[in-house]
Design a protein around this ligand. Structure first.
Ligand code: XLS
Ligand code: NI
Ligand code: NI
Length: 442
């Protein structure tokens, strides 16, 4: 077998900001207390199975570039799945991440029938469970791949053919139960191909109702089996379809309310999906928190010049700081975590590149957490915002919100008191400076 696959690599140590050692953390210090808890517990990092172990480095113009021993085309599929599993846990352990995430099809190959496909997943997950018990590594979330197979070309829940809906429902039931068995903290539903390429062949109203019913079925089953984790939807504006129904946080929130699911389902927010939707990552996080549907994060980044999901490892401390600040000042990541839904560039062919990528991502977010901690402790933004809205806690503002005022009473008051409100500075530049001076804290 391939153990160890990352032969020359030891467990990655924390050596601090001044080290020249590339295979070391400069900022991610699992035990360091931040906001009153160890960094590892605050951030809950996860490695994703799909990009890291399943994507072979091919693209629309070229073939696989990663020669991984578990990807050979003539290999027996279950043997390959086992080899991949062993290497995956070797990476998790050497990185020291507490969690991982998978799609059913990443971890076990499809069989000749639905029944055999389920059996294969159960077999490999039994082995994954043994690795989890041995290593203490946990499952942040499981998910079903409802987009790869040609049967899902026109969507899963939103397919014009109810048999495809049924197939997808069966697959989710099995994967949700497997996630439950493994003690998963969450279960994710990313839209996959739930969307359309052209309205010329699409009944949009029907497809929304189908998707709503699908999500209700998932929630009903979660309660039926006693799964205590959170069901998460992951918004994305386009790709693979031209228009994905789960476009952004606001669109998903409206959908959840329409189908009575806003108290049942939360969101897994991905950086690159936020920016593709024309939002900042901070905005999407803040919007979800403001509506009590924030769940978890898929950490990556896009390329500012490219309009697709480049899924690069995060490297902007500033972008992450603003989002981590929103999360941490509102009580933290909870049941969620930071999952590296990110992939190498296809020229980064060496096994060690997987380490450079994850180390960089973990250090970026760890450093962002330290900056966010300074912003929370010193509270320059919070103090300003509190003062800015103070009027709403007092007589007039409080009366408006508690419905004691009408348009008519407000009219009378403005007339009688000759109200003439004076504009005050929003102080944006000062506040940007307050953030900047806390960035790159050691
Ligand atoms: C694709 C999504 C996907 C989900 C899991 O863009 O990010 O990877 O996270 O299905
Ligand atoms: Ni994702
Ligand atoms: Ni993505």
């Amino acid at each position: 077998m391939d153990h160890p696959f990352f032969e020359s690599i030891e467990k990655i140590p924390f050596l601090g900001p001044d080290t020249d050692e590339p295979l070391a953390f400069r900022w991610y210090d699992a035990e360091r207390q931040v906001l009153g808890r160890p960094m590892a517990e605050v951030l809950r990092f996860a490695v994703c199975y799909w990009h890291t172990f399943c994507w072979p480095g091919d693209d629309v113009f070229g073939d696989a570039t990663f020669a991984r021993p578990w990807m050979v085309s003539d290999g027996e599929p279950m043997d390959m799945a086992r080899r991949k599993l062993g290497v995956a846990f070797e990476l998790f352990e050497k990185l020291g991440v507490p969690f991982f995430c998978f799609h059913d099809r990443d971890i076990a190959p499809a069989g000749d029938s639905f029944a055999q496909t389920c059996d294969r997943l159960d077999t490999i997950l039994d082995e994954a469970q043994a690795h989890m018990e041995r290593s203490g590594i946990r499952l942040l979330w499981g998910t079903a791949n409802l987009f790869g197979h040609p049967r899902f070309a026109a969507g899963a829940a939103t397919n014009p053919d109810p048999e495809v809906f049924a197939y997808a429902a069966a697959q989710v039931k099995h994967c949700l139960e497997a996630t439950h068995r493994l003690g998963g903290a969450n279960y994710v539903l990313w839209g996959g191909r739930e969307g359309y390429d052209t309205l010329l062949n699409t009944d949009l109203r029907r497809e929304a109702d189908q998707l709503g019913r699908f999500m209700q079925l998932v929630v009903e089953h979660k309660h039926a089996i006693g799964f205590g984790g959170t069901i998460l939807i992951e918004p994305k504006p386009h790709e693979p379809t031209k228009h994905q129904y789960d476009r952004d946080v606001a669109a998903v929130f409206a959908f959840l309310q329409k189908y009575g699911l806003d108290k049942e389902i939360k969101l897994n927010i991905e950086v690159n999906h936020a920016t593709l939707a024309g939002h900042s990552f901070q905005h999407e996080i803040a919007y979800a928190i403001a509506n009590d549907i924030f769940g978890s994060v898929d950490a990556n980044r896009g390329d500012p010049q490219n309009g697709w999901d480049t899924d690069q490892f995060p490297n902007s401390v500033e972008e992450m700081t603003l989002a981590v600040y929103e999360i941490m000042k509102n009580g933290g990541i909870g049941n969620g975590g930071f999952n590296f839904d990110a992939k190498l560039r296809r020229q980064s062919i060496d096994p060690v590149d997987l380490f450079h990528a994850h180390i960089g991502g973990m250090d970026t977010i760890a450093r962002a957490l330290l900056c966010a901690e300074a912003l929370i402790d010193d509270n320059p933004l919070g103090r300003h915002v509190d003062a800015r809205y103070a009027g709403w806690n007092e007589s007039l503002g409080a009366r408006i919100l508690s419905r004691e005022e009408s348009l008519d009473t407000l009219y009378q008051r403005v007339r009688a008191e000759n109200l003439d409100p004076t504009p005050v500075s929003g102080r944006q530049e000062l506040l940007e400076n307050e953030v900047a001076r806390r960035l790159y804290r050691r």
